[in-house]
Write a protein that binds this ligand. Structure first.
Ligand code: SF4
Length: 61
């Protein structure tokens, strides 16, 4: 995604199991490498993370 990943758009590097195809690749974006699990962002499931992130996107739009 040469112009960056817009909020709410699925990353093209996610595979069918929602795992990052660049995880051990040096081309993985720095921001992605620096991010670590945070319950305040990720919740306890993918569904919960999507709800939290959507709330943050609306709050900061
Ligand atoms: S970690 Fe980064 S590159 Fe990998 S799937 Fe997520 S947003 Fe895309």
């Amino acid at each position: 995604m040469p112009d960056g990943k817009p909020a709410g758009v699925r990353c093209v590097q996610l595979d069918d199991q929602n795992l990052c195809k660049l995880f051990n690749d040096p081309h993985r974006p720095t921001l992605c490498r620096q991010f670590d699990y945070d319950e305040a962002v990720c919740g306890e499931s993918r569904e919960e993370a999507l709800v939290i992130l959507t709330q943050w996107e609306h709050a900061t739009a």
